[in-house]
Ligand binder design. Sequence first.
Ligand code: NI
Length: 170
Amino acid sequence: MVYRIVKYPDPVLEVPAAPVVDFGPELSKLVHDMFDTMWASKGVGLAAPQIGLSMRIAVIDTSAGENPSERLVLINPEIIFRSGSQTGEEGCLSIPGFRENVTRPMITTVRAQNPKGETVEVTGEELLARAILHETDHLNGILFINYLSPLKRDLIKRKIRKMQKSGEWD
Ligand code: NI
């Protein structure tokens, strides 16, 4: 099942999501559907608040569906290591059409649970680090536009308001 992606400024995107406590078959189904939704939108990451569910679940696939070994499920993730720095263009499926440079750590390690409830640790660099940090931010109610200068952020917000008025942003 492919979900509809929630767009900024929906409030669900800016509140911390609730921890997952139930690791049953419904969670596996939801994770599966989140991958389908992400691939359908050609994204490399998707967090549950982006489909309107305030739960601490994110999926990542930097191969965009090409390589099953690159599929990553992060449940209740916690960033436990950050190192270095990288600056590169970043976008978000909830803020479509806007891409801006964001500076983030070059390497990061995340501790999370998999759909079985087992603890996993994943270290990523470059694009994978960026995706892990971007998606974990989503679960804390933080969007990439929070890292932009107030001037750039306001410009984007104004453009979105304009599109909302003309019905180009639903
Ligand atoms: Ni995003």
